[in-house]
Design a protein around this ligand. Structure first.
Ligand SMILES: [Ca+2]
Length: 193
């Protein structure tokens, strides 16, 4: 009887160890799932369609493009199709951008998102079909307001290029996203020596 009790106790001890070990393994797997390699889960611009059943943060930055001093027309209804209206789009052909961020899908809208929706190239080395070479450069300037752009005042050269964010926050407290009325001017031009 004593021997059987000892065996049962030993068996119980082994079972406890097995349970403990499998528990550690499970915790490890779960922790890896939670704390494993970081992934970007924010929605991509082409994954979200704006619907008017959602509350929307709606504001209007501007985009102007010049190639060798000539203005490039940005078409009407970029990002507006039968199937989907993307969170950045145009209605008019005057460079006015509509940013409409659904509260169900909060997104940072960047300059690159507009070019993605437009299906055109823009990065520090290429603007539309024009590529930087030894004689040409791409210069991006951000103006705080359209009036500043018209007057050529308060422009700041930006090297963020496509990563520039049309800010959706209202840090200055005027009741509208701070990216509203800001101007991004992108120029492809001869280098100034
Ligand atoms: Ca504001």
């Amino acid at each position: 009887m004593v021997g059987e009790d000892a065996a049962a106790a030993a068996g119980g001890g082994l079972m406890k160890w097995l349970l403990l070990l499998s528990g550690i393994a499970l915790v490890s797997i779960t922790a890896y799932g939670i704390y494993g390699p970081e992934t970007d889960t924010s929605p991509k611009i082409l994954d979200v369609c704006v619907t008017h059943s959602d509350s929307i943060n709606h504001y209007h930055p501007w985009l102007f493009i010049e190639i060798n001093g000539n203005a490039v027309n940005i078409p009407t209804d970029v990002g507006v199709t039968q199937e989907c209206m993307y969170a950045i789009h145009t209605h008019s052909g005057d460079g006015k951008l509509h940013v409409e961020i659904p509260s169900s899908n909060p997104m940072k809208i960047k300059v690159s998102d507009f070019f993605t929706v437009w299906d055109k190239e823009f990065n520090e080395n290429q603007l539309l079909d024009y590529t930087v070479d030894e004689d040409h450069e791409i210069v991006m300037t951000v103006f705080p307001t359209k009036e500043d752009y018209m007057n050529g005042t308060n422009g700041v050269i930006s090297t963020d290029f496509g990563n520039h964010v049309f800010s959706s926050v209202d840090a200055d407290g005027d009741g509208i996203a701070d990216g509203d009325d800001t101007v991004v001017l992108i120029e492809y031009k001869s280098k100034e020596n």
